[in-house]
Each structure stands twice: as structure tokens, then as C-alpha cells.
Ligand binder design. Structure first.
Ligand SMILES: Cc1ncc(C[n+]2csc(CCOP(=O)(O)OP(=O)(O)O)c2C)c(N)n1
Ligand SMILES: [Mg+2]
Length: 504
């Protein structure tokens, strides 16, 4: 299989040592909408694909997983490197198929199988298990004639109750998160027609509209603001943003939520009253002629100005990193952020320029740089912002990175452990040592030395100005920012207070 794939001139080939990294690279490649074929040997190699397969399954990212296997007669009898690969990824895949050992006498079955695999992989990962008999070396022969375009696979669309009860609501808000699958101009046009704000996270691509509200999290942390702006209807595109303050504000308002399009059912607070298509929103009348939108716009502008000023007062801060990196994005540069604080800081403090991919199907901190590498292999410069634990977790992405044709600029926020946990009640409740052992989990790895071991240029930047300059230079590079978890909590409080102070 490896030789056959390598000989196809129309396929780009990337060889990756660590299968877990490889699978996230395939995820990153698949984000553009065309599945990558992920090939590995039998055994635990296939198991290492699992985290990325789960993320692809949760995010509907196309992926074709092809695992080599032993033939049926060698399974279950202790043959070397042989494990049970049947249904290995459970329900994370759209389809599993245990192919027969290839048989030169039956080439007519190959194209239909490939067609079904390709068509099904359009909506998520497909697992094709490929048993081979010895000799395990072959020659790639000619393929059977093509049989036409892939078949369209019908997608389930859940349609809820009628929207008649909601057509006259005025205090509406649009929430835009990742994976909505709509042209952003459609969402912008809807917002304009209804006169409603778009509370958009960076993964939605909807931050730069005139009606976008980008500082929704710090704004909604201010009780007076939150109360005065409670919605009576919520229309959501894509996944819910990371902000818990936002989801709690919606839940507390008891406003019904209408989910437009996919990906799948997103209803963790059980307040979705209808799943519908954008066309079904046509009867909504909106807030034309009321001051609703103007109030939101004014509040957001004031908040963004206050964040700018407050960030500038601090020599270095994690929200400042998010804002600086967002400001460095121009047309060709893309951004990937890891779960934990990087995705949140970009959402809360990244401002209108923030746009990014984040693996939010399963919210893992694993494989973040590998996903970014997959995207970078498409040829565009890529910045990836990761926490230090996410960095050490996925550091095998650095293996062979220098030799790849990929402009990957890795920004590591090194706060010596899991900074997010300092915001949780555990931090105040547990004894300091116990908290560090179980939640802070400092690892002591020297980030720069780890990069150097792989021949990757690495530096620590001390100011946001230096960071801005460093992320503009082509990669591969590792750019380390040193922060402290305790300071980070203080910085967030300070920024939130600065936003509240201008909302009077
Ligand atoms: C694969 C995986 N393991 C564990 C977690 C739980 N988790 C969420 S945030 C976090 C800490 C991440 O630390 P770091 O990457 O340094 O980011 P920071 O919290 O400092 O921003 C962990 C372990 C997860 N989401 N995914
Ligand atoms: Mg950290």
C-alpha cells in the first residue's frame, strides 16, 4: 500500500514517525474539505491514530484511515504485531470496513469500495482495514477503470418545530461558533436584516462584521451589562463558543435557542427549541428601528478600547499574546490555537482580527501542533499558539520538521503547567502542593532545548513588541513566552475590571 500510494503522482506524500502526530496532520489536511489518506502498519500503530479520529468524528472532518492488518487466519493466535482491529475506533468513524485480502481475480470490487469510502469520508472519518498475506511486498499494478464521480451521501438534517412563536422577537442575538459551514456573508446579511449583534468566536470567521461583538465574555462578566442586555431569542450558528459566561447568560435568560445547520446536535444546556436551515429564518422580523444594535456596538467598541489600553499597561500577559498574534494575521497567515487558555484568550481578548482553527470537537490539548502542520502543508504560513503542556504533549511534531516544506511558527505560552486550573475552585480549596501535583503539573521541560534538539530555531521573547516581530518571520520556529499562572489570574481580573469600568 505504501509503495502504491507513493507512486501516485497526484498524491502528496508525507512520512511521519509518530502515528499520533500523523493522524492529527491528516486532520489538519482534511480541514480544507478533501480527506487525507492515513496509512499505517498493523498493531498499536493503528491505535495511535485514535485521538485524531475521535476529533475528526466530532468535527465532521473528512479522513480516510487505512490500517494494514493480518489476514483472518492469523488473527487471535498470537501472531506478531497482530491485534483486534475490527471496529477499532468504535462509533467515532462514519463507516468501518474490513476488506478482504486483495485478490487480483476480483478487481471489479475495488472501485466501488473506494467510491463508497471516499463518499462517506466527506462527512467524517472512515476506517478501511486492509489485511494482507505474505509476501508483504508487491508491485503496484494498473488500477481498474474509473467508474464516475463519488456518490453523494445523504446527511441527516434534524428539523424541529415551527418558528411561529418567535417571529416577533426583538432582543435577539446571533451566536457564531466553529463548524457552522455557512458562507460568512450569509450570517452577516442575516444580522444586518435583523439588526442583531453577532457574538462571534474566532473559529467562526465572523469577528470582523460591523455588527460583531468580540468582547462578549468580558462584557457579560459585568452583571449590570448582562442584565440590561438579556436576550429574548438566540440564533446560533455552529458550536457554542468556549465562554461559560456566555452559555450561563443565555441559560439564565431562558431565551429559546434556534440552531441553524450543523455540526450535529449542539445542545448541552438543553435550550435549543428548533434545528433549522437559514432559509427557515425568513419570517423573523428582528429589531429594526430600535436602539438594540447600537447599544451593543457602542459597548463593544468601548470594551475593545479598554482592553487595548489595559494590555498595553502590562509588559507581558497571556491575553496580550492573543491580541498581538491576532493583530499579526494578514490575508495569507492562518492561526491554530490549543484548547485550555489559548483558545479562551483569543475568544475573549483577541479583538476583531482574531480568526483561528481550534480542535473543539473533543477539546483535546493533544495533536494541536500536528493539526497546524497538516494545515501548513497546504502551503500557507501558519502560526500555532499552544500552552506548555500542549507543547510537550505533541512535541514529536518537531521530528523531521526542519526538512518539511512547512512554515510553522510555534508560539509556546510557558507558564510552567496547566494555567487554566488556577481559575477553578480547586486552586483556592486545595493545599498548594496538592494542587501543583494534581492540577498545576509543572513538567520542568526546557522548551528551547527541546526545539534545539530537533534543529528548530527557538527563542524567548520578553515583550509583546518582540513577539509581534518574531511571529512575522518565516518558520519553522519556536517562540517562547514566559508567563506565570498566578499573574495570569490577576491579569484577567484586571482586564475584566477595565471593561466593566467603561460600561457606566
Ligand atoms: C489530551 C488531553 N488531556 C488532558 C486534557 C485536560 N486539560 C485541559 S486543559 C489542560 C492543561 C493544559 O495546559 P497548557 O497546555 O500548558 O495550557 P494552559 O492551561 O497553561 O493555558 C489539561 C491537562 C485535555 N483537554 N486533553
Ligand atoms: Mg501552561
Amino acid at each position: 500500500m505504501a509503495i502504491a500510494l507513493a507512486e501516485r503522482a497526484e498524491l502528496a506524500l508525507h512520512v511521519v514517525h509518530d502515528e499520533r502526530v500523523a493522524a492529527f496532520v491528516a486532520l489538519g489536511l482534511g480541514l480544507e474539505g478533501v480527506p487525507a489518506v492515513l496509512l499505517c502498519t498493523s498493531g498499536t500503530a493503528a491505535v495511535n491514530f485514535h485521538p485524531a479520529v475521535v476529533e475528526a468524528g466530532s468535527s465532521n472532518v473528512p479522513m480516510i484511515v487505512a490500517t494494514a492488518d493480518r489476514p483472518p487466519e492469523l488473527r487471535g493466535i498470537g501472531s506478531p504485531q497482530t491485534i483486534d482491529q475490527v471496529d477499532l475506533y468504535g462509533r467515532a468513524v462514519r463507516w468501518f470496513h474490513d476488506a478482504r485480502v486483495p485478490d487480483e481475480a476480483d478487481p471489479a470490487s475495488w472501485r466501488p469500495l473506494a467510491q463508497r469510502v471516499f463518499s462517506t469520508a466527506d462527512g467524517g472519518p472512515v476506517h478501511l482495514n486492509l489485511p494482507f498475506r505474505e509476501p508483504l511486498l508487491g508491485r503496484a499494478g494498473a488500477l481498474p477503470d474509473t467508474i464516475g464521480p463519488p456518490l453523494p451521501v445523504p446527511r441527516g438534517i434534524a428539523v424541529g418545530g415551527p418558528l411561529d412563536d418567535y417571529v416577533d422577537r426583538q432582543r435577539g442575538v446571533i451566536i457564531a461558533g466553529g463548524g457552522h459551514g455557512q458562507p460568512v456573508t450569509t450570517i452577516e446579511a442575516l444580522a444586518e436584516r435583523l439588526g442583531w449583534p453577532v457574538l462571534a468566536d474566532p473559529t467562526s470567521g465572523c469577528r470582523a462584521f460591523a455588527q460583531s461583538v468580540t468582547a462578549f465574555d468580558p462584557l457579560l462578566r459585568h452583571d449590570d451589562f448582562a442584565r440590561a442586555h438579556a436576550p429574548d431569542l438566540v440564533v446560533r450558528f455552529g458550536r457554542a463558543p468556549a465562554s461559560k459566561v456566555l452559555s450561563q447568560w443565555i441559560a439564565a435568560s431562558r431565551a429559546p435557542v434556534i440552531q441553524v445547520g450543523g455540526p450535529g446536535v449542539i445542545d448541552p444546556d438543553r435550550n435549543v427549541v428548533a434545528f433549522c436551515s437559514i432559509d427557515e429564518l425568513a419570517p423573523l422580523s428582528g429589531a429594526a428601528g430600535t436602539p438594540w444594535m447600537a447599544r451593543w456596538r457602542h459597548a463593544n467598541a468601548q470594551a475593545e478600547t479598554a482592553i487595548d489600553a489595559a494590555v498595553a499597561e502590562l509588559p507581558m500577559s497571556e491575553p496580550g499574546v492573543a491580541r498581538t498574534v491576532a493583530a499579526a494575521l494578514h490575508d495569507d497567515i492562518e492561526l491554530v490555537v490549543s484548547s485550555s487558555m489559548p483558545v479562551r484568550d483569543l475568544e475573549w481578548f483577541g479583538g476583531p482580527a482574531a480568526r483561528a482553527h481550534a480542535n473543539r470537537g473533543a477539546n483535546g490539548i493533544d495533536g494541536v501542533m500536528s493539526t497546524a502542520l497538516g494545515k501548513a502543508l497546504g502551503g500557507r504560513p501558519m502560526i500555532v499558539v499552544v500552552g506548555d503542556i500542549a507543547f510537550v504533549h505533541d512535541s514529536n511534531v518537531l521530528v523531521g520538521l526542519r526538512a518539511r516544506n512547512a512554515d510553522l511558527r510555534i508560539v509556546v505560552i510557558d507558564n510552567g503547567g496547566g494555567g487554566i486550573f488556577s481559575f477553578l475552585p480547586q486552586a483556592a480549596t486545595l493545599d498548594g502542593d496538592r494542587f501543583e501535583q494534581l492540577f498545576g503539573t509543572p513538567h520542568g521541560t526546557d522548551v528551547l532545548a527541546l526545539a534545539a534538539a530537533h534543529g528548530i530555531a527557538a527563542q524567548t521573547v520578553d515583550t509583546l513588541g518582540e513577539l509581534a516581530e518574531a511571529v512575522r518571520a518565516p518558520g519553522p520556529s519556536v517562540i517562547r513566552v514566559v508567563t506565570s499562572r498566578a499573574d495570569n489570574v490577576r491579569h484577567h481580573e484586571l482586564l475584566n475590571a477595565a471593561v466593566a469600568a467603561v460600561q457606566r
